[in-house]
Write a protein that binds this ligand. Sequence first.
Ligand SMILES: [Zn+2]
Ligand SMILES: [Zn+2]
Length: 169
Amino acid sequence: MKILVSDITDEGLDLEFQETFRSEVLSLLSPASVALRVEKIAAEVLVKGEVNTRVELQCSRCLKNFQRDMDVTVNVVYHSVEELKGEERHEIKDDELDMGFYQGDELDVHELVMEQILLNVPMKPLCSEACKGICPTCGADLNVKPCNCERKEVDPRLEVLKKLLDGKE
Ligand SMILES: [Zn+2]
Ligand SMILES: [Zn+2]
């Protein structure tokens, strides 16, 4: 979806729509529900709102795929490329905002939504905070059961007990 900057009235625009994506890096399990408020301030366009979707990620510890809901808050100010080339006048200054650029009269909302989702994908996704991952030695999934390589340290007192018990049999 694209919007024309000249179509944005003084009252601003409220947009609600669904977007689907094809991406090499991320698979969306459902179309993204998008609700955006678009306002124009001088040559800058302020976009705020919410993007909700469900994605499939790979756990960085156990390497299994898992699903997760994503609720992304959008806060972007778009500067006109032409404006920047010119007198570099910025009406909006806010560190909380992401920055984007539009060219001509066209603002690509589809791209905005995809960018915002990708920005919010964790660098090291975890299927669960408690995920034990895989054993670096044998590759066993430690969430399923612990492997033997983990037990390098055997309590010497248990060794003695084991010998005693073995001797009795
Ligand atoms: Zn995991
Ligand atoms: Zn192991």
